[in-house]
Design a protein around this ligand. Structure first.
Ligand SMILES: C[S@@+](CC[C@H](N)C(=O)[O-])C[C@H]1O[C@@H](n2cnc3c(N)ncnc32)[C@H](O)[C@@H]1O
Length: 262
């Protein structure tokens, strides 16, 4: 069942390897702002690696503040676009690379690694493990890893948020929500909900339906991080509220700030 969607994850790279159309969208998530604040005085001492930099949403602010900033993406076109957007220097570099193999970075050479907007969820289970272990290797003891991931608590997916509509648009709105809910069910028709809930992770097709996305039970994510010698510092939901691992079906993304044990 899930293997079929797992295999599709190998195609995710091609989905990202296309020209970027939206460069204006440089918003930050509340949790990202909190992390920038948290290390306010320390950025000038931090060597930062930004994994899966995409269209450069995080590059402007992290590269401006850090001592050094490297960003990689496995989709070459994303890197070309970032190079056009931001001047490169000794201090700010963009290059093609894969989070599963960070061999160009030495052990313990980085202070802060970022994998924002769920970049880690576009690689399969094996790749995910490899990425975590590479991040651990390149971080110095006590170094930080900040990433976000899709929460399996949000599956089965809820229909899109209802809009306030009136008159003829009201039934049309209801119909639209039902259609979307049905489409989500259909796209994940081979996924056995009880089985994946029991296992704690799944490869699913969600509203970003061009890609296949890894979802994980936040409790399992915490357990795995601890097994990998990371200390979980703080977890935030999409609104920047601290999360205590109580299941929240409407929060499909969680941000984890974790620290490599000293
Ligand atoms: C949803 S986008 C997020 C982009 C950016 N980090 C942001 O926060 O806006 C995910 C990005 O991760 C990249 N990505 C996924 N798997 C990767 C991997 N194994 N190595 C490097 N980049 C990867 C994709 O190419 C894509 O650009």
């Amino acid at each position: 069942m899930c293997d079929r969607l797992q295999k599709q994850m190998e195609e995710n790279r091609e989905v990202y390897n296309v020209p970027v159309v939206d460069f204006g969208n440089l918003f930050l998530f509340p949790a990202e702002v909190l992390v920038l604040e948290r290390f306010r005085g320390q950025w000038p001492d931090f060597s930062v690696l930004d994994l899966g930099v995409g269209a450069g949403r995080t590059a402007w602010v992290f590269s401006q503040n850090a001592k050094s900033y490297d960003a990689i993406d496995y989709a070459e076109i994303r890197i070309q676009h970032c190079r056009e957007l931001f001047p490169q220097s000794e201090h700010r570099r963009f290059h093609h690379g894969d989070a599963r193999d960070l061999s160009e970075y030495e052990d313990g050479s980085l202070d802060f690694v970022l994998f924002s907007y769920n970049g880690i969820d576009y690689i399969d289970e094996k790749g995910r493990d490899a990425a975590f272990s590479e991040v651990k290797r390149v971080l110095r003891p006590g170094g930080w890893f900040f990433f976000s991931t899709h929460s399996l608590d949000s599956f089965p997916f809820q229909p899109p948020f209802p809009r306030r509509l009136s008159g003829i648009f009201k039934p049309l709105g209801i119909l639209y929500r039902l259609l979307i809910a049905w489409k989500m069910k259909w796209l994940n028709r081979h996924v056995n909900v009880d089985e994946v809930k029991e296992r704690g992770w799944a490869c699913l097709v969600d509203y970003a339906d061009q890609v296949t996305t890894h979802y994980i039970d936040p409790r399992l994510q915490r357990k795995r991080l601890e097994e990998q010698d990371f200390e979980v510092d703080t977890v935030w939901d999409m609104r920047g509220r601290e999360n205590d691992f109580t299941p929240q079906p409407d929060e499909w993304m969680l941000h984890f700030l974790v620290r490599k044990k000293s």
